[in-house]
Ligand binder design. Structure first.
Ligand SMILES: C[S@@+](CC[C@H](N)C(=O)[O-])C[C@H]1O[C@@H](n2cnc3c(N)ncnc32)[C@H](O)[C@@H]1O
Length: 281
């Protein structure tokens, strides 16, 4: 009997679901064995239990280049150059490694520097050449340092960043600290205060990741502070639609990039970007 005829007969039989079972089981086992292998290796080699760090898969990096290129209206080859520039920045890597080694949270810190989605943040800053960048949610300051490194390469621009945690910002170290103003306090108070309002915001990173309600409040508080060409970047677009909703209300564009961590069990987060409308009137 020809293969096609056999397949048709199996599909028509009442036992069809059972006939496919071994194949389906093999697929599930293969997938979960890979996750189990990665998890076991991570449990042994990493100390992190929150804010995981990782590199991105090579194809994911290529998608990231296209994502930033589209959101900023930059040639993809130029953006690829920015991604490479950060990966090859030995000085930033050295300063971050020293900061991580001295971290007050060393018990839950890996010594290896891995930027994940922040490589894309770097490319946003390099492509847009902003005068004023605002970040909510500094945490240790890995993202702030990456943004500052891009500002220093641009030769212009400053970052203001805020976090409610008074231990935040430990990775905002010289020489990167000279273009960063770090505020300890609630992000909504920060956005209502003089540091965030010193000049129009060209690039706004929304990264407190607290609740959808808080993120929406940050977007509403930030909206009147934005320059007309401003780009808004958020992390939690993989789990709630606050940025895309806000973008539609503001007649802006929206795109989401999903991280694919390299050799990690974690599924990753992402970058949501809202940028001025490309829709013709
Ligand atoms: C995902 S982490 C930020 C990661 C950081 N941007 C980076 O690149 O590593 C979120 C941070 O937001 C801070 N946060 C949470 N709620 C906040 C609030 N209401 N105001 C200011 N910071 C807040 C937390 O303390 C935490 O450090």
């Amino acid at each position: 009997m020809k293969h096609n005829a056999l397949t048709r007969r199996i599909a028509a039989s009442p036992l069809a679901p059972l006939a496919g079972f071994p194949l389906r089981l093999a697929n599930v086992v293969q997938h979960n064995a890979r996750i189990a292998r990665l998890s076991a290796s991570w449990l042994v080699r990493s100390r992190e239990h929150v804010h995981y760090t990782y590199d991105l898969e090579p194809l994911n990096m290529e998608h990231l280049a296209w994502f930033v290129a589209t959101a900023t209206g930059t040639r993809v080859a130029t953006v690829r150059g920015y991604l490479k520039e950060l990966q090859e920045d030995a000085e930033l890597r050295r300063v971050m490694a020293e900061g991580l080694a001295r971290s007050s949270r060393s018990a839950s810190t890996d010594k290896v520097v891995r930027y994940g989605r922040r490589i894309g943040w770097y490319a946003f800053v390099r492509a847009l050449r902003p005068e004023f960048v605002v970040e909510t949610g500094t945490n240790r300051g890995l993202g702030s340092a990456v943004i500052a490194a891009a500002l220093l390469r641009n030769g212009r621009g400053r970052l203001a960043t805020a976090d409610i945690d008074d231990r935040s910002g430990e990775l905002i170290l010289p020489p990167y600290d000279k273009v960063v103003e770090h505020v300890v306090g609630d992000s909504l108070e920060f956005l209502a205060g003089p540091v965030a309002r010193q000049q129009p915001i060209d690039l706004f990173f929304v990264d407190t990741g607290h609740t959808p309600e808080h993120e929406r409040a940050e977007l509403l508080a930030g909206a009147p502070l934005l320059a007309p060409h401003a780009v808004v970047v958020a992390t939690k677009t993989y789990c709630w639609p606050e940025l895309s909703r806000w973008a539609e209300e503001q007649q802006r564009e929206f795109l989401h990039f999903s991280e694919k961590p390299l050799d990690h069990w974690y599924r990753g987060v992402g970058i949501g970007a809202s940028f001025p409308s490309l829709v013709r009137a």
